[in-house]
Design a protein around this ligand. Structure first.
Ligand code: 13P
Length: 252
């Protein structure tokens, strides 16, 4: 059976004081959970704080992005090795906000995925369609293209050391969650696309759902066959909400 993962994506939120309280609550609240790995992906300046607060706990942490380059003259960039040095397990790659606001192409996302993997990080590869794309019935074409960019560059076996997150853009931060059936359909498509190349790998691949997941809708989403956890934005900033979502993902 696939393990589950619930990852918080704090995005550009937080401050030292609020983070301290949140991290302490997660450290205590997540200690007893079974069958679910919990992670928080924090802004770069707070990686030290996350590392100090969570080292020795069951909760892991990660970055929300990384540079496709290594060390060198890349002003503003943060390399994979730097994330590793701060104890990161995960790196979110290809979040829709990176793609749309910061102009990251499929090729850039694929390059970031590869450097993350080579550094020993577990990339959380985000894919998902916009509302316009959904309404034009090209969801599978878009998600398939985003996935193929990574497989073409790194090979399908690389997905064995990664996590995929389906995040429909229209559901992110809008309060409009995909129904469990809508999400399941795309998750099954993703798993089926990978299975066409490697059945065993597809069976073990963790596919997270993200987009307005809350304590109130998490349990229903997690009942679906191909939903293996969540990538949580807004609700990951509220300890009780995030803890409840992680509890809903438990497999005892
Ligand atoms: P929300 O949970 O705030 O909708 O954000 C989802 C997301 O983008 C997680 O990466």
């Amino acid at each position: 059976m696939r393990g589950r993962l619930v990852a918080g994506n704090w995005k550009c939120n937080g401050n030292l004081g609020a983070n301290q309280a949140l991290l302490a609550a997660l450290r205590d609240g997540l200690a007893q959970l079974r069958g679910v790995e919990c992670s928080v992906c924090v802004p770069y300046p707070y990686l030290t704080q996350a590392q100090q607060a969570l080292t020795g706990s069951t909760t892991v942490w990660g970055g929300q992005d990384l540079s496709q380059f290594g060390a060198g003259a890349y002003t503003g960039a943060v390399s994979a090795d730097m994330l590793v040095e701060f104890g990161c397990r995960h790196a979110v790659v290809g979040h829709s906000e990176r793609r749309s606001i910061f102009g990251e192409s499929d090729a850039v996302v694929a390059a970031k995925f590869e450097v993350a993997l080579k550094a020993g990080l577990t990339p959380i590869l985000c894919v998902g369609e916009t509302l316009q794309e959904r309404e034009s019935n090209v969801t599978e074409a878009v998600v398939g293209r985003q996935l193929a960019a990574v497989i073409d560059k790194s090979g399908v076996a690389a997905l064995g050391k990664a996590v995929v997150a389906y995040e429909p853009v229209w559901a992110i931060g809008t309060g409009k969650t995909a129904t469990p059936q809508q999400a399941q359909a795309v998750h099954a498509f993703i798993r089926g696309s990978v299975a066409a190349q490697d059945r065993a790998l597809a069976d073990g691949l963790r596919i997270l759902y993200g987009g307005s997941v809350k304590a109130s809708n998490a349990a229903e989403l997690f009942t679906m066959n191909d939903i293996d956890g969540g990538l949580i934005g807004g609700a990951s900033l509220v300890a009780e909400e995030f803890l409840a979502i992680c509890r809903a993902a438990e497999r005892r």
